[in-house]
Ligand binder design. Structure first.
Ligand SMILES: [Ca+2]
Length: 548
């Protein structure tokens, strides 16, 4: 996805803003980003916050786009570093008659609306230094205002001693679709050493609440009602403003529902209640995003709400009721590819968790899915190979210790290559067997959890073939996904390995293959990824498995 990135030059030393607009494009892959659960105030939402990680000699995760200016280098001299082996040095260059240098990092979550953040960086050097944030706006409206840079009001004058610079901000504009934090040095001859950056949610310590669930499924034609209880100093807080914002997240026309905040106030018991009912024209599998915020305290949360027909809701409720979950509280870890990684917040992991919780079970989930994964990469990441794609996705994989681990892999392993004339799978059959066994055994040994191997789903192969055919006709040597005979061979091997290691096996292939409405389950563009209907089938099958 491309984001427009129009940022003004820094404020000049006088009172005038630099009005010249720079326009660059950055690639922002937010669909694959981990969505950290906000609400844990101490959690650092930045990656490479200590500037320790380098890629091809450059500092990872932080960017200095070509239309900005300045120098940004890693420094490893012992006396220069505050913590670890490296810090970063930011220096200015002359542009638009000003000396400045600026870097940014994109926040890896889209659930920032309503939250108050505290962004801090330890800095030393000389010159004037600013922290700030960049809000990227949804398209539409003022075409020029695709992003907005907000600086801390007064610059910090640097000295040769380390000092912690802090900037607090709150994101309340519903049009903001992505967030970044930035650091800037100004002045000729200036330079800043940066280390130990942090971005965390910041809430008032005396205010707490019971927010709505992270995900909920309601019966179509009925109102979904949520309650929020707010406490101040441990007592129910009356008259507190609660803001809610509802927009269509999935399964509808673009642009999404017009969204603006609605204000309600807590009653004398500190309770605020609000309801949502989709229009009669809404798509049956639409998902709504409801942001709830208590702006004075900085408390905020996101609920994903979906509606299903009565029969589907009853099937879920029955399966969740029968699901046996032991021990409780249960902590369910999911390891998989894009089928697990995509649609975070409302995919099968979330549907499974919210139905278990609705049935009164104590269940928490950890979604460690990584788009594009296959057994080799899972194994490398489990063994902390520094070169592996998105290594940080398995940080604290077994902490807290899971009670249940689900593996849901196979589509990337079994895709066949163009150069082999669609005969050779991406991962050899022997490697798949060997590594899947080692992965399961390592998980069992290190956690003692109940391990479940889920077979890969059946694809809509006609769509896979057409999709690949189009790309190849355009000269791309892309692989072919979803070949039934190859998938079946890999699934049989997954089943064999599960049996040998004492893991459970859930066949997700047949429920998809024989489903009367199979095309509804799979992305019509590629035939492999799950639609919301597909996610619901996976969630329901897993609930039924837990009840067996
Ligand atoms: Ca460091």
């Amino acid at each position: 996805m491309k984001l427009s990135f129009d940022i003004a030059a820094p404020e000049s030393m006088s009172h005038k803003r630099g009005f010249r607009i720079f326009s660059i494009w950055i690639m922002a892959f937010f669909c694959i980003f981990l969505d950290p659960a906000f609400g844990e105030p101490s959690k650092n939402l930045l990656t490479n916050s200590g500037f320790e990680n380098l890629k091809d000699g450059r500092i990872s995760d932080w960017q200095l786009p070509p239309s900005w200016t300045g120098g940004f280098q890693s420094v490893g001299e012992k006396n220069a570093v505050r913590n670890g082996a490296f810090c970063a040095r930011l220096t200015p260059a002359q542009k638009e008659n000003k000396w400045w240098g600026r870097i940014f990092q994109t926040v890896r979550s889209k659930n920032f609306l309503g939250h108050r953040f505290r962004y801090t960086v330890w800095v030393k050097g000389k010159g004037e230094f600013h922290l700030g944030c960049i809000e990227f706006m949804a398209k539409g409206g003022d075409a020029k205002a695709h992003s907005r840079l907000i600086r801390q009001k007064d610059p910090v004058v640097l000295s040769l001693d380390w000092q912690e610079v802090a900037f607090e901000f709150q994101v309340m504009d519903p049009l903001v679709k992505q967030l970044a934090v930035m650091a800037e040095i100004c002045g000729e001859g200036a330079e800043a050493s940066l280390d130990d950056a942090s971005l965390a949610t910041a809430t008032s310590p005396d205010v707490s609440w019971t927010p709505p669930p992270e995900h909920a499924m309601a019966t179509m034609g009925e109102k979904a009602t949520f309650r929020v209880s707010v406490f101040k100093g441990g007592q129910p807080a009356a008259g507190m403003v609660i803001k809610t914002l509802t927009c269509l997240e999935y399964g509808g026309p673009c642009p999404k529902l017009p969204a603006d905040w609605t204000d309600i106030r807590t009653d004398s018991l500190g309770i605020a209640e609000f309801s949502f009912e989709p229009s009669a024209q809404a798509a049956a599998s639409a998902i709504y995003r409801i942001v709830v915020a208590q702006p004075d305290s900085g408390l905020a949360c996101t609920t994903y709400l979906e509606f299903a027909n009565k029969a589907a809701c009853e099937a879920f409720a029955t399966a969740a009721e029968k699901a046996k979950l032991s021990p409780q509280p249960a902590y369910l870890l999911f390891i998989g590819d894009s089928l697990t990684d995509f649609q975070r917040g409302y995919n099968y992991v979330d549907e499974l968790r919210s139905w278990l919780q609705a049935a009164g079970k104590q269940a928490a989930t950890h979604n460690a899915g990584v788009s594009g994964d296959f057994v080799t990469r899972v194994w490398q990441r489990m063994n902390k190979d520094p070169k592996v794609h998105r290594l940080e996705m398995y940080d604290n994989l077994f902490d807290p210790k899971p009670t249940h681990i689900f593996f849901f892999l196979g589509h990337n392993d079994s895709r066949v290559s163009y150069i082999s004339n669609d005969t050779q799978p991406h991962v050899s059959f022997e490697t798949f067997e060997d590594l899947y066994r080692q992965i399961i055994q390592k998980a069992q040994k290190e956690t003692g959890a109940r391990v479940t191997v889920i077979s890969s789903t059946s694809s809509q192969f006609e769509v896979c073939k057409a999709n690949t055919g189009r790309a190849r006709a355009a000269g791309k040597k892309v692989p072919l996904y979803g070949k039934p005979d190859v998938l079946e061979k890999f699934n049989a091997m997954a089943k064999k390995v599960a049996k040998e290691t004492g893991a459970d096996f859930v066949d997700m292939y047949e429920p998809f293959r024989v489903h009367p409405n199979k095309p509804n389950l799979l992305d019509p563009n590629d035939g492999v990824h799950l639609t919301n209907e597909g996610n619901r089938l996976v969630a329901l099958e897993l609930l039924r498995y837990l009840g067996r």
